[in-house]
Design a protein around this ligand. Sequence first.
Ligand code: GUN
Length: 296
Amino acid sequence: MSAEIIDGKAFAAQLRERIAAHVADFVAEAGRKPGLAVILVGDDPASQVYVGSKGKATIAAGMESFQHVLPSSTSQADLIALVEQLNNDDAVDGILVQLPLPDGLDEAATVAAIDPAKDVDGLTDANVARLANNEDGLVPCTPLGCMMLLHDRIGDLTGLDAVVVGRSQLVGRPMAQLLVNANCTVTVAHSRTRNLPDIVRNADIVVAAVGRAEMVKGDWLKRDTVVIDVGINRMPPTEEGKKGKLVGDVAFAEAEHVKAITPVPGGVGPMTIAVLLRNTLVAARARAGLARVDGL
Ligand code: GUN
């Protein structure tokens, strides 16, 4: 049996279409477009690409995009002052500070300055607590995108054994909370975990989010597992002048026996931006006093 490939790119495209239709409704009801502000500090090339794609997708969905690109010499006080200015700007519904920040800037203090109502990354203490308490709030984009793919593939997740490999604030931790809230039995594995292969072998659902190329091997995965690969790792180039190939945290070529798996690229990656647009719409509706929309 060969694994079903979960097409995150197609799923994300459909989600973006549905969001664009809801954005048109919002404009009719609120008399303005939802607005997303993205702050990029420094000149990291990968971050520049992400931020550029976020801006394009925001405009394509019918929203307003505000991009603030600051030099890496920006002071903490100036960065916080910009966040506060965006907190007070009525045209801005979502604020995303692209991470990681350059050395010398304090990520925790910067995130803490974001108004939780505009925290489309779901990283503020208020939104982390809401997720832990299984209350409505803004949830980090990548894990929420993974949940959408899991629900689409499996339906109800109640009672399933899930293993999350990785414990980052942006992915591993919120992913584990979402799975618990969906009634899974969840194990969070990380760099200090003993017997990782045996733990992964138990899982009905594996979410790999460690950022280590092809670390999860095929013989760690049982036959009926659904595998969500969050990793995007660039391999060394095999030819001079060419970029190395992109691979996930799972050895994809060894995983043809599993039930379903997300590819890299084209799996989880496209979901992150689509969910960012979704979160911006959710924030905009809440700020405008409009009801939540179902099924987004
Ligand atoms: N850097 C890589 N992914 C993300 C993300 O989802 N949000 C932010 N703020 N920074 C990132």
